[in-house]
Write a protein that binds this ligand. Structure first.
Ligand code: CTP
Length: 208
């Protein structure tokens, strides 16, 4: 199978030197890409800016903004058989990106106007046909209900519930929920081992 993976944060520019982003390291997405490759799948990895070595054998597409990630994913999704959306996509971007560096005005506040970005996994999953789609849900608190809401709203086959402590960390705990009411908990474990387990559950080996 050829699996599309989104990973890392996006950066939404404010001016030539500043952006909005988040703490995503890309570790879980890159670990999933490696785990998919290890069981014989092809991987197309669409990644925001991260400080990680590219997985050997993956087709790597580097992007910065949510809009670039969407355009790139749309182009690549046509030739893929499944999707794992791990990217911590910025939900909003500044309405305008200033061409010049914004100047500090001593003692004055500043209001930044934001507009929503498109939901990438939802957009792609709306055209999935028989292909399987895995999404993540990052929730403070238990988050079970909210993860299930995302599963339905975004047309997912599985949703991986995790928590803010996972962002930027090497270890995490997660809960895998499926569209038929299945619930499996895993961890705390290294993201590399969680990734291998998630691949077994969602896109098992094509070598056997
Ligand atoms: N996602 C996406 N495009 C977006 C936002 C999120 O593809 N613009 C995907 C993420 O990759 C993840 C899933 O949607 O697989 C859920 O992301 P999450 O940040 O938990 O939820 P949001 O939908 O952004 O909702 P909220 O921030 O309100 O919890």
């Amino acid at each position: 199978m050829r699996v599309l993976v989104t990973a890392g944060p996006t950066r939404e520019p404010i001016d030539p030197v500043r952006f909005l982003s988040n703490h995503s390291s890309g570790r879980m997405g890159y670990a999933l890409a490696r785990a998919l490759l290890a069981v014989g799948h092809e991987v197309v990895l669409v990644s925001g800016p991260v400080a990680l070595r590219p997985p050997k054998g993956a087709q790597l597409e580097l992007v910065e903004t949510a809009q670039e990630m969407l355009t790139t994913c749309r182009r690549l999704w046509k030739d893929c058989d499944g999707l794992i959306a791990v990217a911590a996509v910025a939900d909003y971007r500044p309405t305008q990106c200033s061409q010049k560096k914004l100047k500090m005005q001593a003692g004055e506040g500043r209001v930044l106007e934001l507009i929503p970005n498109s939901d990438i996994v939802q957009t792609l999953a709306a055209q999935k046909g028989r292909r399987k789609v895995v999404g993540f849900a990052l929730e403070s608190g238990s988050g079970h209900e909210e993860a299930l809401r995302k599963l339905k709203a975004k047309h997912l086959d599985w949703v991986v519930l995790n928590h803010p402590e996972a962002q930027g960390a090497t270890r995490a705990s997660l809960t895998l929920l499926d569209a038929f009411g299945g619930v499996q908990k895993k961890g705390p474990s290294a993201k590399t081992s969680l990734a291998r387990w998630l691949v077994q559950q969602t896109f098992p080996s094509s070598l056997e």
